[in-house]
Structure formats: C-alpha cells, structure tokens
Design a protein around this ligand. Structure first.
Ligand code: FCB
Length: 456
C-alpha cells in the first residue's frame, strides 16, 4: 500500500524537482524539546503563558513535549531514514541566554545544539536553523518584549553568539518564523504568548521584529562563511467573499496587513501606504534608517503555506474592517484549515510576479488530522498522505512554471505541542504517543519516504 501511488493522481517523482532540491522536515524548539528546566535553560514566554489557566485547550504545555532534548538521536535517525537531505529546527533562545541577554552565554545550551547539529551532519542532513520560533526569554517580556526596542539589540547579541558557535557547520539561517504570528496572534489576538490584546502593540512588535531580522543579516554573514540567510513568512492567497466592490476592497486591505506588510518592506518598498494611512496613530514608531535595515538583501524567501482565506468587508470591525469568512463546502483538515493545493500555486505565482525573489523555499506545509492507531500499530492517515501528495504535485507545477522554488520542508517530522491547541492537533509524519514517547511512522511518512527514495 505505502509505496504505490494514489490511483487518481498523476505520478510524481523526486527527480522531477532536480538533484539539488532540498527535501526536509520542519520542527521548532518549544514544540518538541521538553526539558524546560534542564542544563540551565531559562523561562520562555511560552512556559509562562501555558501555566496560566485557559490559554491552552488541553491545559498542557511544552514542558515534556516529544522529549526531543533526550531523544534527538532517534528523531534524527527517523528524519534521515525518510531520505530527506535537510532538516529545519529552531534554537530556544532561553537555553542560550536564560535571562535574555548577558555577557556570558549558557555553555550547556550551546553544547546541546552543537551535538544536535553534529548529529544532523553525521546523518547527511543539512542543518537549517531558525533563530526565533516564538520562545522569547520571559525576562525580556518582563521588560516589554518585542514591543521594547531593547529586545532588538538582545536578538542581535544572541544571534552573534549562536552564529559564532555553530556557523562552522550551519550554512542556512532563518532569522524569524512567521513574524505575522509573533506580532498579531501573540499581541493582538492574545491567543499565543505573551497573550496581549493590543493592536498598536502588535504593530510595534511587528516592526521591531522586522528590524531585528535586517540587523542580524550582516552579523550572520560576518560570522559564517557562505551563509544563506532569509526569513520564513506565513503567507496566504486571498479571495473576496463576493465580487462586490466592498469585499474586493476589504480583501485588498487584508492582503495589505497579512502579506504586503512583510513582502513590501523586505523588498525595499517600505510599508504599503494604503495600510499605513489606515492605521493613523496606531502606526508603529519607525526610526530613521529602519526601512533600509529591513530591506537588507537576503539569499532566499522562506514561505510557510497552509491555507487560503476568504475575506469580507466588516464595517466597524477594528481598524481594518475586514472579516475572514468560513466559506462553506470547501475541503478542510480536522483543524478546519482549508485544503487548497491550487492556493499554493496562486500564492507562489503572485509572489514570484510581484517581488521576484531569487530563491524561494517552502519552509513549512502540512496538515492536522485525527490519527487513529489501529490494533496492529499502524496509523493509516490517508488524508494526510493525500494532502502531501497533492501539495507536491502543486509544487511540481510551480517549479515547471519556472518559479525558483528550491526546497520543501514538511511540517512536521513529529506530532508535537501545537501551541494554543496543546496536543489536540497532530501534524506529524511520525506519530508520537505522548504517554510512552513511542514514535511510529505514519502512512504519510512512509509515502514521503518512498517518494524520496524513488521507490514509487
Ligand atoms: C505554523 C507554525 C508552526 C506550526 C504550524 C502548524 O504557523 O510556524 O510552528 O504550529 O503552523
């Protein structure tokens, strides 16, 4: 079953994408590591956020998660066995600077990542590191977090230390994972740490995060020979709920904050003026030179693609006056996210046309379903397998169009701590039993493996 193609879908081969294509899986520190009190790690905003009742749907936390901190050799074995040639992970800043900053980094934290990176290289996995995947040291949040400009300086210091220590072995550097989520889910919606609900704060966080992205690029380049640096953005193709002028204009506004707010300044165009004008006195404080810093050229654009959004005009609803609609009759994952490989084609075509990035990597893509372990221990996640296969078919279409996508990272190697959803959402190609920590490759993982090994 596992290494046969899905009958109604066209045949797909690894070689369709060329020999240099990067194939990997993505993970992040807080979602998999656990061991939050070990080897001198400091508190992160997620430890604090999870401890307060009502924040996490199953009242859990990442305190143990996949226990990857202790089980990483087995996890890297799994990643390598799939036939991947790259692996994307993130560093927990509180392991390096438990108090956020300081003169002396925590050596035991650095040693952990050093061992981890060696483990990747021994297994033929090219390390792709993300410096910030949301686990800010709580000590910095106590001083205002990303809304405080000092956090930008702290991020530069942290990046300097990490790139000095690991730059001899890591060539691929992702500064930030999904600045939109950092800023707006964490500081406006209040659904992620630090749990604030203030639009203006979120806009300042967003700006400071983007400045910090630009500032660390020369730091990494100074410390790492032949480094390749970029950011990973969460981007969405958007569709108007109707063809009324109001919904079309609302969709343009939504695009302005969701997509263009990041893409425009990164590509030297500054903030989109239509949105800037709408924000009025909520607009962030921008220092002289900030926009040049944000526009520091990168080597690639990372895109995390999950789902499209349908947008309607919503007079009186916040500054943006837009609403994301639950469009009926569309295919959805168990999480409720629309399944749309076509959306991925539309999104990448649009980004390539409007911004011409030299190289794009799909740094995340994946799906959550309610997996069942059958009595024989198999997880027949046919929906996830099909999701993966259809998105890779879409990716082939994208590559065939001449859009410079050079790699794909499946989210995720393992089921893990899915933020505000706790352990209720499984995205892994590998099933994790969170009671026993047993790992089992799902049908989708076996499909990815057979595709990558050319067994199909
Ligand atoms: C992305 C996050 C990642 C994971 C997936 C499902 O937005 O970057 O950590 O939670 O969604």
């Amino acid at each position: 079953m596992t290494n046969t193609r899905t009958n109604d879908l066209p045949l797909l081969k690894r070689s369709d994408f060329g020999a240099d294509f990067r194939w990997g899986c993505s993970t992040s520190s807080y979602q998999i590591e656990g061991a939050v009190l070990e080897d001198g790690r400091g508190e992160s905003i997620w430890d604090r956020f999870c401890a307060a009742p009502g924040h996490i749907r199953d009242a859990s936390s990442g305190a143990v998660a996949c226990d990857h901190y202790h089980r990483w050799p087995q996890d890297l074995d799994m990643a390598a066995s799939l036939g991947t040639n790259a692996y994307r992970f993130s560093i927990a800043w509180p392991r390096i600077f438990p108090e956020g900053r300081g003169r002396i980094p925590n050596q035991r934290g650095l040693d952990f990542y050093s061992r981890l990176v060696d483990g990747m290289l021994e297994r033929g996995l090219e390390p792709w590191v993300t410096l910030y995947h949301w686990d800010l040291p709580q000590a910095l949040q106590d001083q205002g977090g990303w809304a405080n400009r000092d956090t930008v300086a702290a991020f530069v210091e942290y990046t300097d230390v990490v790139s000095r220590h690991l730059g001899d072995r890591i060539k691929h550097w992702i500064t930030h994972n999904e600045p939109w989520c950092t800023a707006f889910i964490g500081n406006h919606e209040g659904v992620h740490a630090p749990g604030l609900k203030n639009f203006q704060t979120a806009l300042q966080v967003c700006h400071n995060v983007m400045v910090s992205h630009g500032l660390v690029i020369p730091v990494i380049r100074r410390n790492v020979a032949a480094a390749e640096v970029g950011a990973a953005l969460s981007l969405h193709p958007l569709y108007a709920a109707s063809d009324s002028a109001r919904d079309v204009a609302a969709t343009r506004r939504h695009d302005g904050l969701r997509n263009r707010w990041f893409l425009d300044p990164l590509h030297g165009r500054g903030y989109p003026s239509d949105i800037w004008n709408l924000l009025g006195d909520k607009a962030p404080i921008v220092h002289e030179g900030d926009l040049q810093v944000i526009a520091t050229p990168t080597d690639f654009l990372g895109i995390n693609y999950y789902f499209p959004e349908v947008v309607a005009d919503a007079p009186g609803l916040g500054v943006m006056e837009t609403r994301v609609m639950e469009s009926p009759n569309v295919e959805r994952t168990a999480f409720g996210w629309e399944v749309s490989p076509d959306g991925m084609v539309a999104l990448l075509s649009r980004v390539a046309t409007d911004y011409q990035p030299p190289v794009i990597y799909l740094t995340e893509n994946g799906s959550s379903y309610e997996d069942v372990v059958s009595s024989n221990g198999e997880i027949d996640d046919i929906e996830r397998r099909r999701y993966l296969e259809r998105h890779l078919l879409a990716l082939r279409e994208i590559v065939t169009k001449g859009i410079p996508v050079k790699g794909y990272f499946a989210w995720s190697l393992l089921d893990n701590f899915e933020w505000a959803e706790g352990y209720l959402r499984r995205f892994g190609l590998t099933h994790v039993d969170f009671h026993t920590q047993q790992r089992r490759l799902k049908l989708s993982g076996k499909w990815y493996r057979s595709f990558l090994r050319g067994e199909r």
